[in-house]
Design a protein. Structure first.
Length: 191
């Protein structure tokens, strides 16, 4: 496993083309398992390049949210929570903050349980402020199909939030494919 960065570099060098773009890919291939302050592999005395730090965040999120032979995939918010616990150790804190703000705590496609007990799938989220934790969701009907979209920032006449997220849920537990729910949901226009 720890040799794959070197094998990637060998492959890219074998292409015989050395443009600025290819050289950047070589650096990223070599460094994407390096930690923000210099640890990781392959061993080096300096920290990784900017692009390598970006790719390491995306690669880690993908690895955490994908089933592996030795473990089930983390739910998106669990993966982000773990990554945030590694901020400054494994990941560049500023870049990780941008990544989390872009996705939101509940990325698009996440199945969530609401304070009302209903299931919903996130169809629009991310961004700074409240939207990161209060996305727009499509309600999941009893038939497992997406229903009406709800903005979790919506308030009643007294200014109280109508719904919130209690937890994320494993779609497999309900026999759902959230990508299909997302694709079938009505278009969302955030306020």
């Amino acid at each position: 496993m720890e040799r794959h960065p070197l094998r990637s570099v060998e492959f890219l060098l074998g292409e015989g083309v050395f443009s600025r773009s290819v050289l950047s890919r070589i650096v990223v291939a070599f460094e994407h398992h390096r930690l923000v302050h210099g640890g990781g592999y392959p061993p080096m005395s300096r920290g990784p390049d900017l692009f390598s730090r970006i790719v390491s965040i995306a690669e880690a999120y993908d690895a955490l949210t994908t089933d592996r032979p030795w473990r089930k995939a983390y739910l998106p918010d669990e993966a982000l929570g773990y990554m945030l616990s590694e901020s400054g150790k494994r990941f560049d804190p500023a870049l990780l903050k941008v990544f989390v703000n872009t996705l939101g705590l509940y990325p698009v496609g996440t199945l969530v349980r609401l304070t009302t007990g209903e299931l919903a799938v996130v169809v629009y989220g991310g961004g700074e402020g409240g939207r990161a934790t209060r996305p727009i969701v499509a309600m999941v009907g009893p038939d497992g199909r997406p229903g009406k979209s709800m903005d979790l920032m919506e308030k009643d006449a007294a200014g109280r939030l109508l719904r919130g997220i209690v937890s994320s849920e494993d779609p497999a537990k309900y026999g759902l494919a959230t990508s299909g729910l997302f694709a079938e949901s009505s278009p969302v226009v955030p306020r």
